[in-house]
Design a protein around this ligand. Structure first.
Ligand SMILES: Nc1ncnc2c1ncn2[C@@H]1O[C@H](COP(=O)(O)OP(=O)(O)O)[C@@H](O)[C@H]1O
Ligand SMILES: [Mg+2]
Length: 402
């Protein structure tokens, strides 16, 4: 049985010991428990990314909440549990807003701790701890503007973050005129240019500090504020940034935009998966054909470059059929995203992901399913009501790539 490393941070030693005793009594579990009375004492353990962290917040509420906030940013993969002697709603809310994933009133019992431990085990088996992590790079690309690249990149990122609590960063590689910050309505303090200008200092903590955090939980590496700054950035720098990001996040989603330039090429090369977006109309298909030809010349595996049709509308008459597209391109369509103008526009106008507007909309559901397949996970039933067997069916379609 795998050991779950557990950290308790509490001023009061007596409380920590009580909690430890109950933790040890949880059945079928081996915990490696360390007790600290302060953040500085806990630092060395935090570096090892414990699976569970308990933080006592009742003594001095504000500093406890502060601690929760700091540690939730530094240890995004840990199950962070705020504990307190009093359980007034205000305090719980504050703790959760600061990043606690759960709250527990102390003193507690081993039977109350059991569900928590089970949750930590699920996270542990799903998301690898940071030190061993090799996240996946997914580039969303289309060689024609207005196809939905930014829309998919952002919403896929939020879907992955919602599924099984993956940590996700979106990189805006549309260096001259990126839209990610605008779509999410964030005003980033730093952009990729700040990283390039301090490139010799590049490491995980520096990079993390340069990212913007969106309220949905995803991080964003923003595009340059001024288009001319894009020229400062070299392809090898892009490569290094992406490689570092993938050690820090479960998923690095790149908005590759609509132009084949050398920056995008370095991202496409590095990607585990490319989602090539197209539309069911002739100009779009013609462009997609050019793009697939380049992918073939680059010897990209068809398993790596997946063709996605956006704005699919099965009711449209006169439409080009999926079958004829597959034949013309000699390539399998891996996924269809429905046309859902209303959801997209209200999302963009409010600077929110589509999920925040309407989780049950056709497009939200479709992107959630796509995220579930990418992550090869069952989609939690509370997020999506699906027909029996639908996921298995779509998985088969997905696996059938040529
Ligand atoms: N599935 C969809 N259904 C309806 N409209 C969409 C869909 N996806 C994208 N759009 C619309 O298409 C426009 C272009 O999308 P965007 O993500 O900016 O494309 P790109 O980044 O490829 O230029 C957006 O204004 C959005 O309203
Ligand atoms: Mg775009």
């Amino acid at each position: 049985m795998e050991k779950l490393s557990t950290l308790i941070i509490a001023d009061n030693r007596e409380q920590s010991d009580l909690l430890k005793r109950e933790l040890v009594a949880v059945p079928d579990t081996i915990l490696d428990i360390v007790i600290s009375s302060s953040l500085s004492e806990a630092k060395p353990v935090l570096l090892k990314r414990p699976e569970i962290i308990f933080i006592e917040i009742s003594e001095i509420a504000e500093s406890g909440i502060d601690l929760v906030r700091r540690i939730s940013l530094e240890s995004p993969t840990s199950l962070l549990v705020a504990i307190s002697k009093n359980d007034d709603a205000d305090l719980i809310l504050k703790a959760v807003r600061a990043g606690a994933k759960d709250f527990l009133k102390i003193p507690t019992t081993s039977s109350q701790l059991t569900p928590l431990i089970e949750r930590a085990k699920r996270i542990e088996s799903g998301a690898k701890p940071l030190k061993e992590r090799m996240g996946k790079v997914v580039t969303v690309f289309s060689n024609k503007g207005g196809t939905g690249t930014t829309t998919l990149a952002i919403n896929l990122a939020v879907a992955l973050a919602t599924l099984n609590e993956f940590s996700v960063v979106v990189v805006d590689l549309v260096l001259q005129h990126g839209d990610v910050s605008a779509f999410l309505d964030i005003a980033p303090t730093y952009t990729i240019v700040d990283i390039i200008e301090n490139f010799e200092r590049l490491d995980a903590s520096f990079l993390k500090a340069a990212l913007a955090k969106h309220s949905s939980g995803i991080y964003v590496l923003a595009e340059p504020l001024h288009p001319e700054e894009a020229e400062l950035i070299t392809t090898s720098q892009i490569g290094e940034i992406l490689k570092l990001l993938r050690t820090m996040f479960d998923y690095v989603i790149v908005d590759g935009g609509n132009e084949f330039d050398e920056h995008v090429l370095s991202s496409l090369d590095l990607s585990d998966t490319i989602l090539l977006l197209s539309l069911l109309n002739l100009p779009a298909i013609r462009n997609t054909k050019r793009c697939l030809d380049i992918f073939r010349r680059l010897r990209y595996d068809p398993e790596k470059a997946r063709l996605i049709i956006n704005r699919y509308d099965s009711h449209e008459i006169d439409k080009v059929s999926i079958e004829s597209v597959e034949k013309a391109l000699n390539y399998t369509v891996s996924w269809k995203l429905p046309n859902d103008y209303f959801s997209v526009i209200s999302a963009i106008n409010q600077g929110l992901p589509i999920f925040s507007i309407d989780r049950r909309s056709k497009l939200s559901q479709s992107i959630l399913q796509l995220a579930g397949i990418l992550a090869d996970r069952q989609i939690p039933t509370q997020l999506i009501k699906r027909e029996e067997g639908l996921l298995d069916k779509v998985k088969q379609i997905w696996k059938g790539g040529k």
